[in-house]
Design a protein around this ligand. Sequence first.
Ligand code: SPD
Length: 426
Amino acid sequence: MRALGRHILVEFIGCSPELMNDVAHIEQAMVTAAKTAGATVIQSTFHHFSPYGVSGVVVIQESHLAIHTWPEYGYAAVDLFTCGDSVDPWISFDYLKKSFQAQNQSAIEMYRGSQSMLKRVEFNVAAERDDMAQRLSESFQRNVWFTDKDEHQALSLRYTGEVLFNEVTPFQQVRVLETYSHGKMLAINNMVMATEKDEAHYHEMIVHPAMQLHGSAKKVLVIGGGDGGTIREVFKYRVDTVTMVEIDEAVVRAAKAHLPTMSKEFSNPKLELLFADGIEYVKNVKPGSFDVIIVDGSDPVGPAEGLFSEEFFRNCAAALTDQGILVSQGEGPMFHETAFVEMHSCLNKIFGPEKAHTMLFYATTYPTGMWSLHFATKSALHPVADLNMAQAEKFSQDKDLHYYNSEIHRAAFQLPNFVRKMLSQK
Ligand code: SPD
């Protein structure tokens, strides 16, 4: 060979946009492309960026394969770089072309390290290199990362690269992945919804402050919450009925198949499960039907967008009894700040400033880790002053709760100054 390495710069055009946004597929394809060409794979590192795009590298003993995709253009920029005679990068090229369903492609091959420019110096590393290669090839490491982000910040979790559930429904993409640090994770449209390790923070906080303050809620409405974590907490009380209105049956199916600790109450006979649009549901519900309404929706993009509107909250307020309480997933003050502020201001307007409150808690797998719940009461009950602390503490102990206790309840309603300022601006 006239050069040390061969470098093919590839443009894959007209690829399947779905495949170009599927980090697990791309990682698998790149690793297989390397192996098919006869390369020894050492390590792969791949990241997905929400909403679109995947970047990754497969390090091979003979150099590397790298990619960056733009799903919205059906485009992938790929580098195939191999050294030595034993690996033919064009075999990887052919494999990827098929795997990405590319309609067009162009490629430029460059010879790297032209022998005419280089002078060999005496340096005998052959023995060590063979030994090292043997050891490395026995421990191929995959580094596949899921990233939940906006334009400026992100939270990433490393996962196995295996996708346990993956469906694009008429509403959204629903996936269950196996993370290394947080167990199985439900992701909707590339946003973390719940992980096995920290879901109790969210589900206990969206349920217990309202149920404890109310003290005798019998009829509860849950909007969203298809993973089952919220109803699991509600069924820790002596309720008569829980009505759950979930727009996407695939979320419930994914949870039943892969998230048993969250989904265990779906067989409860007191559950009325409706697959319908919660926004439409509350438009038509009889006034005064529910003691507690819990809005456990996704983020304010896609089908959950209407769950952040004034009309929706007005309908919820009407659907509550006179002692009723509303709680809604409220986004983070440092992530989706606008939605966070507007939702509070909306509840202020509908319920009155004395009756609209905000809670903060730790959500370790939501971007920034600081998450909120908005809380509003129809009655004059104050969520802290009127809490029966002894009863809340006893409940937390008796039920062996993971996050909620009486002190956490009180603390959750205390806000840092910067959050107070944000909320008083509207
Ligand atoms: N960014 C995440 C917001 C999550 C809201 N709902 C989660 C569903 C858990 N039941």
